[in-house]
Structures are given as structure tokens and as C-alpha cells.
Design a protein around this ligand. Structure first.
Ligand code: ADP
Length: 455
């Protein structure tokens, strides 16, 4: 391990030394600027979306790719599932992602975690940060989950969700990652051997020079990781230039808005441009979150066709997949159809009581994934999937390993374009995690896609 050496920070030690490739693996012909490692799937999309909006062309991969990058882009976000696995597993996945990103020539690494700093008692934010720092041979990085657009702000090191502290936001009751301490300096310090410090709002408000000066001082004081305050997008944009020389940035998706400018990139419609959309349209929803319940109700109220997947009938062994596809086949040419298992709490509890929580979830996920496969075979090439786990199951069933990130539909949810053996020319898809998106998200998605014209 590299000790946090006093003296000036090793800030100029970007992994590939600017234009020079890093010595890990072989560097392909296509080089990226920013290499990102995200600890979950929809979080990766959220980060990719912010980078695209700030001017980068971005590909998101599902897991660590096994071959070199095949597209000319500015950033790659490797989506892992490392948030709640053991720290050792999270470190191993993250180091594999780092090695691949370095082999693609990444000049800066971004470790992305949740804007509510979701971590278990063992980590994994601290252990992964430390392992990445060791691998990069650096003594200093920052940590900030601030994402003001989604009402996540950090002040004096305390994380707020809307108007309340993290530990009063409901996150204290999260089943996997209960967050009971809103002080991020303390939380981070409990997860790492490196000394944790703070760059507070007074400094951030003064801009780049003051932030750089503070970083220098923290390094002299032996601080290895600094939590950084940010209460607005202006703070994040002020922070961006001061982070230019850091080999590693760790953050939620918010900090991403200030980084593309460091590579000479500015917001433009070009960065999110996807191939033109064609083919039939469908929505598949396995999310039971409140926002999705409203979106399903809204779509149905427009009179568009909708098919409900009844989990109790699934549990009884009925061939609901075949029924749904037979129902959809003649309707698809008339516009988007909806297939949904989305249900209220009591209906879900009934199935869960019968099968157990995990098996009920898996049964429905497998059914929705099979329906998606069938819909793509029927010619669907514009697909909206609602639900984080449901999206994972569908993407896996379609054999998708990477997605190009396109225009935003709603905060955190962009259209994507991907190749699948079933759709060799590609399909457009958007993966909406539970509580994202406005009530008219389903219809709006298709409107936005059809209004995208090649520039
Ligand atoms: P969200 O992003 O809203 O949390 P997910 O897809 O991640 O949505 O999770 C929803 C879970 O609920 C999935 O495991 C899904 O299979 C399951 N599910 C969906 N509909 C039903 C239902 N009617 N009964 C029981 N479980 C369901």
C-alpha cells in the first residue's frame, strides 16, 4: 500500500499521463478520456446521462468487457453490481474494471456510488476507493455524493436528502444499506485506513484556486480522502477544474457535470446522438414503485392497449408469456403497447406469501424478460423497461453487453442504443429505475425519440 506521504499531492499522476497510454494490458486503437466504475446498474446509467449532457460521448458496459472497446467515445462507464457484495468481491470487480479502463487509455478514473452514499457497515465505498488509490499509486482523492438536481447536497460534510439529514430521510431503514450517520467524514473514516478530511463550502464557493490550495494543505496534513461540500450545480462546476489533475475522483453522478470541460468538451446535441429509431414500440414494467404505479395508470388512461401479468396466475403455472405475446402481436402496428406486472402492495404480498419474497420476484422477472425477448422477435425496436431488477433481467435475456447513451428523457434516465443477437441492427431501449420519471414517462419517451433527428 502507498502511504499518504506528506508534501505536495501526487495530483499529476493521471493513470495514462495525459496522452501516454498506461502500462496495463494492451491499449486498443480507440482511446477514452474518462474511465468510470459504477457500483450498480441504474447508477451507471445516471452517471452516463450526466456525462452525455455535459458533452461526452459515452458507452455503458454491463460488467467488465472481455474485449477492447469497439466504439469511438470519450467515456466508458463499467456497470458493476458491487454495492452490497463483500468488500473483497467489490474490490476485485473494481480492480478488474480499472485494468480494462486503463487498457483503453483512460486518462482519469471516476468511481461512482449512490448519491445517498449507500454502503454496508464494511464498506464498500472505502475499501474500493483505497484499492483504486493503491493500484493507481496515488495519495489523494475526493469523495462527494452531492447531486443537487436530485436534492442531494453536502454541507460541512453532512449529507442532506431534500430538507432533511441522510439519517432522517428513510435511508436509516434501508434493508441492505441502512445509513444512520449523516456525517460523511465519519462514515468514510470508518471504512478506510487513510485519513479523511473536508473541503468545506467556504472554500468551494471561492472556486478553483482556493480548492487547489486546500487540497495541497490537506495533503501536507496527511489526508488521503477529502469529502467535498456542494449545495448547487455551480459548486460542482467550480469544483470541476480543480479536479483536473486527480488520477481518481470518487463521487455520485453530480460531479460528472464539471469534468468534460477539463477535456475541452462542451455540452452539445452531438454527444447524445443515437442512430435513428425505427421498428415497433413497447413498454414492459416490472416495477412496483410509486412513480411507476402512476406511470402505468397514466398510460392506461390514454386508452393505449395494456396487458396485466397476474403473478398469482404465473405462480399457478399458466403460460402468461405466450398469452401476452399473442395479445400484443396484432396490436403493435398501431403504436406502443404496455405489458405490466406493476401492482399495489397487497397484491404483491399475496404472491410473496405464497412463494416467498425472493422467488416471487424472480418468477416475475423471468416472465417479463421472456416477454421482452418475444416482443423483440415480433419486431419491437423501441423498448421502455421499468424497474431496476427487471431491467437487469431483460438486458441479460437480450444478451446486451454494452449500450451507447443518448438523449435524456427525465433526470437520470436516457435513451440508449444496443446490439443484441435478436436485433443485429440494434434497438433503442430505456431502463427506468423505480422512482424516476414523470407520470407521462411512457408516452413521453417515444415522443422524445421520434423527435431526435440526425444532426
Ligand atoms: P424498482 O426499480 O421499482 O425497485 P425492480 O424491478 O427493481 O423495480 O423490482 C421490482 C421487483 O418486484 C422485481 O423483482 C419484480 O419481479 C417484482 N414484482 C413485480 N411485479 C410483481 C408482482 N405483481 N408481484 C410480486 N412481485 C412483483
Amino acid at each position: 500500500m502507498t502511504a499518504a506521504a506528506p508534501g505536495p499531492p501526487k495530483q499529476g499522476t493521471a493513470p495514462s499521463g495525459g496522452s501516454e497510454p498506461h502500462k496495463v494490458g494492451s491499449v486498443g486503437a480507440l482511446k477514452i478520456k474518462l474511465g468510470c466504475i459504477a457500483d450498480d446498474f441504474t447508477g451507471a446509467t445516471d452517471l452516463a446521462n450526466n456525462l452525455v449532457r455535459a458533452g461526452m460521448r459515452v458507452v455503458q458496459t454491463i460488467g467488465v468487457p472481455t474485449s477492447p472497446l469497439g466504439a469511438e467515445v470519450d467515456a466508458v462507464v463499467v456497470a458493476l453490481k458491487s454495492r452490497t457484495v463483500s468488500p473483497a468481491e467489490a474490490v476485485s470487480q473494481s480492480l478488474a474494471a480499472l485494468a480494462w479502463l486503463q487498457a483503453q487509455g483512460a486518462q482519469q478514473i471516476y468511481f461512482k456510488y449512490c448519491s445517498t452514499f449507500d454502503s454496508t457497515a464494511q464498506g464498500n465505498i472505502g475499501p474500493v476507493t483505497e484499492a483504486l488509490m493503491d493500484a493507481l499509486g496515488i495519495d489523494f482523492t475526493i469523495a462527494t455524493p452531492a447531486f443537487p438536481d436530485n436534492k442531494r447536497t453536502v454541507f460541512k460534510g453532512y449529507l442532506f436528502v431534500g430538507d432533511v439529514l441522510l439519517n432522517e430521510s428513510g435511508m436509516q431503514n434501508h434493508p441492505l444499506t441502512p445509513m444512520t450517520d449523516p456525517n460523511l467524514v465519519r462514515v468514510m473514516q470508518s471504512q478506510t485506513r487513510r485519513k479523511v478530511g473536508l473541503i468545506d463550502h467556504q472554500v468551494v464557493a471561492q472556486g478553483e484556486a482556493a480548492i487547489r490550495e486546500r487540497i495541497q494543505q490537506l495533503c501536507v496534513d496527511g489526508v488521503g480522502v477529502a469529502v467535498v461540500d456542494a449545495v448547487s450545480n455551480d459548486d460542482l462546476r467550480r469544483m470541476g477544474p480543480a479536479l483536473k489533475d486527480l488520477a481518481l475522483v470518487t463521487a455520485g453522478s453530480g460531479v460528472a457535470i464539471g469534468l468534460p470541460a477539463n477535456f475541452g468538451l462542451l455540452p452539445s446535441g452531438q454527444s447524445g446522438q443515437l442512430p435513428p429509431a425505427s421498428g415497433l414500440q413497447a413498454v414492459v414494467s416490472g416495477s412496483c414503485s410509486l412513480a411507476t404505479l402512476r406511470q402505468v395508470a397514466q398510460f392506461r388512461s390514454t386508452g393505449r392497449p395494456a396487458f396485466v401479468v397476474d403473478a398469482l396466475r404465473l405462480a399457478a403455472g399458466d403460460d402468461v408469456v405466450a398469452e401476452a405475446l399473442a395479445w400484443a402481436a396484432p396490436l403493435l402496428s398501431g403504436g406502443p403497447v404496455l405489458v405490466y406486472s406493476t401492482a399495489e402492495t397487497q397484491a404483491i404480498k399475496n404472491v410473496q406469501g405464497l412463494l416467498g419474497v425472493e422467488d416471487a420476484g424472480l418468477l416475475v422477472e423471468r416472465c417479463m424478460a421472456s416477454i421482452v425477448l418475444g416482443l423483440v422477435q415480433l419486431g419491437v425496436r423501441q423498448l421502455v423497461v421499468a424497474g431496476g431488477e427487471t431491467s437487469g433481467a431483460c438486458v441479460q435475456a437480450l444478451g446486451i453487453t454494452q449500450m451507447q447513451i443518448g438523449p435524456q428523457i427525465d433526470p437520470g434516465v436516457p435513451w440508449c442504443h444496443a446490439l443484441s443477437a435478436l436485433a443485429p441492427d440494434g434497438l433503442h431501449l430505456t431502463l427506468k429505475s423505480g422512482n424516476f420519471g414523470s407520470d407521462d414517462f411512457f408516452r413521453k419517451s417515444f415522443t422524445i425519440l421520434s423527435s431526435e433527428r440526425p444532426r
